[in-house]
Design a protein around this ligand. Structure first.
Ligand SMILES: [Zn+2]
Length: 94
């Protein structure tokens, strides 16, 4: 079963399943991104970092977004970005 990648609730609507997000969370994420907190691409890159510490921060970030706590989400995200900077090797071809 596909669950919302922001709040983890099961998804039933095909459109929501396609984007792995419920409409409420999609709207919140959109608001969070457009508040200038993070570039959507940067966020996707952090989600796929493969670093468990960063993944943990991103889980916290998503939960905060689901709760509408954008201030907390920004804080968690900034830690994830710092981890990314300090731990990841230089990307090949970047
Ligand atoms: Zn959701």
């Amino acid at each position: 079963m596909t669950t919302c990648r922001i709040c983890n609730k099961p998804l039933t609507d095909p459109k929501s399943i396609a984007v792995e997000m419920g409409p409420d969370c999609a709207e919140k994420l959109q608001r969070f991104v457009s508040s200038g907190a993070v570039d959507a691409n940067e966020m996707a890159r952090l989600e796929e970092s493969g670093n468990p510490l960063i993944e943990r921060q991103m889980r916290l970030t998503r939960r905060a977004i689901a709760d509408g706590r954008f201030d907390r989400a920004r804080l968690f995200l900034s830690v994830a970005m710092q981890l990314q900077t300090s731990y990841s090797p230089v990307a090949v071809g970047a």
